[in-house]
Design a protein around this ligand. Structure first.
Ligand code: G3H
Ligand code: 13P
Ligand code: ZN
Length: 307
């Protein structure tokens, strides 16, 4: 099956009360682990590439790896630009064959965010590509508090935003954040804001960034095998499950992939100090990514058997 957009994926996910996983990819082993998991679970997949991933791997390599993934699997795959920050970057990805792009103009004032997001949506839509935009700022980024929602998404703005921009999905801020250190105390998400947003734009697909759950198993493994990620904490799986059963159709996961690979590689080096063939440690690392993604698909996202 050729690369697909996320349009059908989100329609089915919204109706079915589940979410599609959007997994960040940087290299071959990660792509293989995710795609093997998707294939075994018969789950649709979004593979997303950040600006940093483009720079690290070289877009030609990543594109060819994703093309190889598409050739070797039966499940629908959407290739998405994660956090595009300029029109030019989004345009380059549209021109390059991506089926979805994110324009993240959430740092800009409301009217400027609308203007840039609309410009990207107009360009992408003419070429059959779908667009995600963001309103509100993920925790830990925004310092000043502009209204009663602070840096969270203000529900009173979403209808105007999606109408004026014409975007296809909306990333919102309800308390998640990027990376391995998401909460200092107890994990909390503003489901009240999500509910209010749903009332304003019923049926519209919502995206949750910063949605790794930072499994204790990987954190302990890293710490026990010479690393130090003390205090790492993610979004509890039960909260992600709840969000997926609501209007959240896309759940972004990067940190958990990094943790799974690193935990396995640290363990491998500790147990096999004599190994130096990268295949010896990348093979179990790839398997760890696969098992982690299978667990997400079945127990958190609920996207198994939805391909
Ligand atoms: O949201 C950010 C993603 O985790 C991508 O991270 O920019 O380090 O590739 P990156
Ligand atoms: P995590 O850091 O929680 O994995 O979030 C990834 C993300 O939002 C990518 O856009
Ligand atoms: Zn993100």
């Amino acid at each position: 099956m050729p690369l697909t957009t996320s349009t059908q994926m989100f329609k089915k996910a919204y109706k079915g009360g589940y979410a599609v996983g959007a997994f960040n990819v940087n290299n071959m082993e990660t792509i293989q682990g995710i795609v093997e998991a998707g294939e075994e679970c018969k789950s649709p997949l979004i593979l997303q590439v950040s600006k940093g991933a483009r720079e690290y791997a070289n877009m030609t390599y990543l594109k060819k790896l994703v093309e190889a993934a598409v050739l070797t699997t039966t499940v629908p795959i959407c290739l998405h630009l994660d956090h595009g920050d300029t029109f030019e970057l989004c345009k380059a990805c549209v021109d390059d064959g991506f089926t979805s792009v994110m324009i993240d103009a959430s740092k800009l004032p409301f009217e400027e965010n609308i203007k840039l997001s609309k410009r990207v949506a107009d360009y992408a839509h003419e070429r059959g590509v779908v667009v995600e935009a963001e309103l509100g700022k993920l925790a830990g980024i925004e310092e000043h508090v502009s209204n009663k929602y602070g840096s969270f998404t203000d529900p009173s703005e979403v209808e105007e935003f999606v109408t004026k921009t014409g975007v296809d999905s909306l990333a919102i801020a309800i308390g998640t954040s990027h990376g391995a250190y998401k909460f200092k105390g107890e994990a909390q998400l503003r489901f009240d804001i999500l509910e209010e947003i749903e009332k304003r734009i019923p049926g519209f697909p919502i995206v949750l960034h910063g949605s790794s759950s930072v499994p204790k198993e990987f954190v302990d493994m890293i710490n026990n095998y010479g690393g130090n990620v003390a205090g790492a904490q993610g979004v509890p799986e039960s909260m992600l499950r709840k969000a997926a059963s609501m209007s959240v159709c896309k759940i972004n996961i990067d940190t958990d992939i990094r943790l799974a690979m690193t935990a396995e590689i640290r363990k491998h080096f500790s147990e096999h100090p004599e190994h130096f063939d990268p295949r010896q440690y990348l093979k179990p690392a790839r398997e760890a990514v696969k098992q982690m993604v299978k667990h997400k698909i079945i127990n958190v996202l609920g996207s198994d058997d939805k391909a």
